[in-house]
Design a protein around this ligand. Structure first.
Ligand code: GLN
Length: 365
């Protein structure tokens, strides 16, 4: 087994065994607590630029099969696990996690004390890190210096958004899905409800979107700092009030910013499949799938037309918003799950209802 190092910006060095690609790679190291769903996590475009640590201690046990993918290719910068399963056991498995990561040139490390690493991330917040081979040439002081000079992840939506519009037809509601780095699960939920979907790149202008005569607009998830997605925010400012809207994760943040709220970086993010969220409208607690490093600042809502609909029971941060005047709502978590629980799946039905109501009002106007 080749040795590999995970070097953090504070100078902490973890030594482990190499798997995946042999190249060195740098990114923000984050942790996710989901016990299953590593294929969906690795292919979620919101993880662009991040080195993902799985806190569940055994990863790779059911191999890799392409029907679980959330996008065409993984965009993570690296993978950190406690123990890698060498021989997966699943009738659907097409290859091992090691083979998959090698084929996409993504380096990984195993044999790491992921509890210790997670505690560092929890206490220090966002941590920049590098995965590199453990040989005599590696200069740790130099790498730590470089990590400290690297700016945090900026706008990488353009890297993961589709370049051209594409349809995913149906007989139902006409929905424009703005792709900021979409998970396939969102499209699947719309198609399950027979929507006639047109997926458009993140920078499609408002007039162009309106020219498709959408009955609703869905803003997808995506990577990086929402405040950097200025084109998307401007577009939404022009569209709010004209068409019913539903925002998911980055899409939620973009709607909030377009309405005048502010976002901030969470100390260590919410990533996992069992985050409790309280729906303030029903009083029901939903167990949700989450993956975000930023959130909307509750203090910044004053003077906006937004009201809070969902809150996190772990840290009290905003998990859902709705517009007081227009048919616009959004959630910070992932109602499409994949991976994770489906408690919040009803939100897609609410989006359909909102489009139906808006259609009826238009007819009677
Ligand atoms: N999954 C997402 O859409 C994440 C949104 C944003 N990139 C964040 O980290 O907060």
């Amino acid at each position: 087994m080749k040795k590999r190092l995970l070097i953090l910006e504070d100078g902490t060095v973890f030594e482990g065994a190499a798997f995946g690609s042999d190249r060195a790679s740098q990114g923000e190291v984050v942790f996710t607590t989901g016990m299953t769903g590593y294929e969906e996590t690795l292919t979620d475009p919101s993880f662009y630029g991040q080195i993902v640590t799985f806190t569940y201690p055994l990863i790779g046990n059911y191999g890799i099969n392409s029907d679980d993918f959330e996008s065409i290719a993984p965009v993570v910068r690296g993978v950190v696990v406690r123990e890698l399963t060498k021989i997966p056991s699943n009738f659907r498995s097409e290859m091992t996690l090691d083979e998959y990561l090698k084929s996409h040139d993504i380096p990984a490390i195993e044999g790491i004390d992921t509890r210790k690493l997670t505690r560092i991330i929890r206490s220090k917040g966002a941590v920049r890190a590098m995965l590199t081979q453990a040989d005599e040439e590696v200069n740790i002081v130099e790498i730590v210096k470089r990590l400290n000079e690297t700016p945090y992840l900026k706008n990488h939506v353009r890297e993961v958004s589709s370049k051209m519009p594409f349809p995913s037809p149906g007989r139902g509601k006409r929905v424009v899905l703005m792709d900021f780095g979409m998970k396939k699960g969102i499209l699947r939920e719309l198609n399950n409800r027979h929507c006639d979907v047109l997926v458009v790149p993140y920078n499609t202008p408002a007039e162009k979107i309106l020219s498709f005569r959408p009955e609703g607009i869905l803003l997808s998830n995506g990577p990086g700092n929402p405040a950097d997605v200025t084109e998307g925010i401007e577009t939404i400012k022009q569209l709010i009030g004209k068409v019913p809207m539903f925002g998911i994760c980055l899409g939620h943040q973009i709607i909030a910013l377009a309405c005048g709220a502010k976002s901030f970086k969470l100390p260590f993010g919410h990533r996992g499949a069992n985050h409790p969220v309280k729906n303030l409208q029903t009083g029901i607690v939903e167990i949700t799938s989450q993956n975000h490093g930023y959130a909307i600042d509750a203090n910044s809502l004053e003077g906006t037309d937004l009201e809070i609909t969902h809150v996190s029971l772990n840290d009290g941060t905003i998990e859902g918003l709705k517009h007081k005047k227009y048919p616009v709502f959004s959630v910070q978590f992932h109602p499409e799950a994949s991976p994770g629980p489906e408690d919040s799946n009803y939100l897609f039905d609410e989006f359909i209802k909102l489009m139906e109501q808006a259609g009826e009002e238009k007819q009677h106007a």
